[in-house]
Design a protein around this ligand. Structure first.
Ligand code: SF4
Length: 443
């Protein structure tokens, strides 16, 4: 956990010798706390103090990278319990379990389905992150199935086996691909730690008891395997949420380094609705990686949408570039709809305009990413702002008319806008779902 200026001051020599360039040790400590100077500027810091200060500058939850190349992703490095305190930094990874005792053709079908799971939402691409191969059969079958998986996906891989005889040749096949090994327990941790070090893999550490899990993580760390994920095994949702919350709390609030790793949860429910609910719960609190069985598009889209919302910076709403966007073959006589540059507002309007099949323009006004009503209340969506946008994007020059369609929720600014701008306003529907029939009537 980060130390305060006063905490740091207590670790400094307190001689005020000024060699660091500051008048006092306290002034230097305050700058260190703000991370605006380096500890090396003081030549008199003791080795013991250095260790404490360096440890305090490490993130409380380690950043772990899984995979390589374009599909690699990071988890961890989280600093808060609640999103509104700052933001959550790295989306939890979502992956799918494939069992090696399925027939080759069945594995191929599953891999094809996984490859389809990419969706565009509010201008961003939502993707799944991992494929996990679970060993149920002999070591030879595990390798055959892995070759099949490798031929069909570039996603980071999880090897679900505690059998060293199966894991070693599998890891040889994916050397340097930074896979995840699932899982080390108190019976096999020294062998699996050696494999993780040799193949630069990330290792899952599992025990159902938090104290034992902490001890195991420390032991594995001492052996030299430092990229770990923590798993507390199969439990009920309420027990799992308790574990995940305690691990996060112990890492962030108690600076317990043995819990300072992202977590992983395995969900293998047969009922896809129950599975979706369970995964949604762990996305909200506090899984680093979730492996599940269900590969249906409806399930993934719901979960990826939830994940996108949870991991959006609450202080920086998703926004698009403010400008005039043509939809279809928009021309001089096309209607112009005004909205804000909040991504969700823009894309909702866009989908309804596209559904109407009437070529149109959408004027996205810069409201710093606020939605229509919020921006109006914050005086960011005013007649003046809309006029500025019209001028900035040369809208009048592109049209043979001076008519705008204003969102129904801000009908109250229409009069002032017409009086000051010379444009004529038609008030649109309050809900964008009403746009297709509205556009057909005004066109
Ligand atoms: S160099 Fe070290 S001992 Fe000297 S004033 Fe700076 S912090 Fe204090």
């Amino acid at each position: 956990m980060a130390l305060s200026g006063l905490d740091i001051y207590k670790l400094l020599p307190k001689t005020n010798c000024r060699e660091c360039g500051f008048a006092t040790c306290l002034a230097f400590a305050m700058q260190l706390a703000k991370k605006s100077v380096s500890l090396e500027k003081c030549p008199y810091v003791s080795e013991e103090a250095k260790k404490i200060l360096e440890a305090s500058s490490q993130p409380p939850i380690k950043l772990i990278t899984l995979g390589t190349g374009e599909t690699k992703f990071d988890v961890g490095n989280e600093a808060v319990m609640f999103r509104h305190e700052e933001k959550f930094h790295h989306e939890c990874g979502i992956g799918f379990i494939i069992e090696d005792n399925l027939k080759d053709a069945e594995i191929k079908v599953l891999l094809n389905k996984i490859n389809q799971l990419s969706f565009e939402r509010v201008g961003l691409q939502l993707n799944v992150n991992l494929v996990a191969l679970k060993q149920n059969g002999q070591a030879g079958r595990f390798i055959e199935a892995l070759k099949l998986v490798l031929s069909s996906t570039s996603l980071p891989l999880v090897l679900m086996s505690d059998n060293v005889a199966a894991l070693r040749p599998a890891l040889e096949l994916i050397r340097d691909k930074k896979p995840l090994i699932y899982q080390a327990n108190k019976n096999n941790f020294s062998e699996l730690a050696k494999l993780a070090i040799e193949f630069k893999a990330v290792l899952v550490v599992q025990d159902t008891d938090l104290d034992v899990l902490s001890g195991l993580a420390q032991e594995i760390n001492k052996l030299g395997a430092v990229d770990l994920l923590l798993d507390t095994g199969k439990k009920s949702i309420s027990e799992k949420i308790w574990d995940l919350t305690q691990i996060r709390r112990l890492a962030l609030k108690k600076s317990n380094r043995s819990f300072g790793y992202p977590t992983i949860v395995i969900v293998e429910e047969n009922d896809p609705y129950e599975e979706a609910v369970e995964v949604a719960t762990y996305i909200s609190k506090y899984a680093g990686v979730i492996l599940m069985k269900g590969i249906e598009a409806w399930e993934s889209l719901s979960l990826l949408t939830l994940r996108q919302n949870i991991y959006t910076d609450p202080q920086k709403p998703l926004q698009i570039e403010p400008k005039l966007y043509p939809v279809g073959q928009a021309g001089k006589s096309s209607p112009v709809l005004v909205t804000t540059n909040f991504s969700l507002s823009y894309y909702t309007v866009l989908s309804e305009v596209e559904a109407s099949k009437i070529p149109s323009y959408i004027l996205s006004v810069d409201t710093e990413g606020m939605s229509v009503l919020t921006a109006w209340a914050a005086e960011k969506f005013t007649p003046g702002k809309i006029s500025d946008s019209l001028n900035q994007f040369g809208v009048a020059d592109m049209l043979s008319h001076k008519n705008l369609i204003m969102p129904g929720y801000v009908a109250m600014i229409s009069g002032e806008f017409e009086d000051t701008s010379g444009w004529k306003i038609t008030v649109g529907p309050k809900e964008s779902a009403g746009l297709p029939s509205f556009l057909k009537n005004v066109s």
